[in-house]
Design a protein around this ligand. Structure first.
Ligand SMILES: [Mg+2]
Length: 392
């Protein structure tokens, strides 16, 4: 059995270009789907996949770990940068889809079988509509409350918000009060039985991250995400030690070594590997095993397209420390037209029942994908009041 071609199919979905990876074999009808979406780096990732494909064409697709080692270690430069990490991830996901199809079982059965009956999803405020999630004004606490209410009406028991404003490395009380007002409005709207998360997008400096974490502590967040840059891991750890709120981070890390550093520093209660960046399903399983040793939870980052979601779900049915999965359902109106999914999402509670189809249980509709060719992603940039460059 041999890999004969590795193709990329780019599908423009407003904020992102979804990059679907199709690995074709010499067996009639046997192919696998992966995803390697990296917003604002679409052309680089497509090129990186093309570069990697010369290592893989003609190889046996069943030797996934062997092929992963080649992708990561050969070509001299290791594959732990985000572009090549994403390319490796997309290919690795497709290889697992193929292996499941060969054996006629869902991927989670290849990994020791199901460890839970369902997976809980959480949404973004606005369900993935970028204006609601990213552009609701930070002084409009009422709107945060309304969107929170809507998430619960849509069946979710947990949601994430961007309630922490962009701030210069040091600012006074006002941004902290904005954040408090937004979280208070959301808590007031949905009560104590709903889990609220706040994502800082690593915008704050370490000290501003600490001030926000302390201010939001009374609202009982489910987790508080990326309070400062992942490059300042010691400061994330300091915030984790200073508040009761569980701290989450990890969406920008690639490879097990980066997660080893985060876990050794006791920086978080929740790691958030992105299966389309961290090294794929092969690497995320190792990362989760490492997290198990620290009794740290896993909640994958997953705001991308439908193959990323299917991979995140399959993984979740096999990973004991997995607590919840990020999801978007309202980013583009035609999301469900490009994919057939094997898993079922129950509207009430937004829980996912396991896929019973082989591999990832999905098929991508290439005709629908071709209706949405590459377009440059909308720029999302941030500048502070004085015109200096900020983090988005
Ligand atoms: Mg995030």
């Amino acid at each position: 059995m041999k890999i004969t071609a590795i193709e990329t199919k780019v599908c423009h979905a407003r904020m992102r270009n979804w990059i679907f990876v199709k690995i074709i074999t010499d067996q009639p009808g046997l192919w696998g789907w992966g995803e390697a979406t990296l917003e604002w780096h679409t052309r680089s990732v497509v090129g990186a996949i093309e570069d990697l494909s010369q290592l893989l064409i003609g190889e046996d697709p069943r030797r996934i770990e062997y092929l992963w080692q080649m992708m990561y270690r050969q070509h001299f430069w290791h594959g732990n940068g985000v572009v090549r990490g994403t390319a490796i991830s997309g290919i690795d996901i497709a290889l697992w889809d193929i292996l499941g199809k060969i054996h006629g079982v869902p991927c989670h059965e290849l990994w020791g079988g199901r460890v839970r009956d369902y997976i809980r999803l959480y949404c973004h405020l606005g369900g993935g509509k970028m204006e609601d999630f990213y552009e609701t004004r930070r002084d409009d606490a009422k709107r945060f409350g309304e969107l929170a209410q809507k998430a619960v009406e849509d069946g979710f028991t947990a949601f994430k918000s961007m309630a922490v404003p962009e701030t210069a490395p040091l600012e006074g009380l006002q941004p902290v009060h904005y954040a408090e007002a937004c979280v208070a409005a959301m808590r007031e709207a949905v009560g104590d039985s709903i889990d609220i998360m706040v994502d800082c997008h690593a915008r704050p400096s370490p000290r501003m991250g600490m001030l926000f974490a302390k201010a939001l502590e009374p609202y009982g967040l489910y987790f508080f995400e990326e309070p400062c840059w992942p490059e300042t891991m010691e400061d994330i750890a300091l915030i984790q030690r200073s508040v009761r709120t569980p701290i989450a981070s990890g969406e920008r890390l690639t490879g097990i070594h980066a997660f080893r550093d985060m876990l050794e520093k006791r920086a978080v209660s929740v790691i958030q590997p992105d299966i389309t960046h961290c090294g794929g399903l092969s690497e995320v399983r190792k990362i989760a095993a490492l997290a198990d040793a620290y009794r740290v939870s896993v909640a994958p980052h997953n705001p991308q397209g439908p193959v990323s979601t299917a991979a995140s779900i399959e993984f979740g049915f096999s990973a004991p420390s997995y607590i919840i999965c990020e999801s978007v359902h309202n980013d583009v109106a035609w999301r469900q037209d490009v994919v057939q999914e094997g898993f079922v999402v129950e509207e009430k509670g937004r829980i996912v029942k396991p896929n019973a189809l082989p591999g990832l249980g999905i098929e991508i509709n290439e005709k629908e994908v071709s209706k949405h060719p590459f377009q440059q992603e909308v720029l999302q940039r941030s500048f502070y009041k004085d015109g200096s460059v900020g983090d988005w």
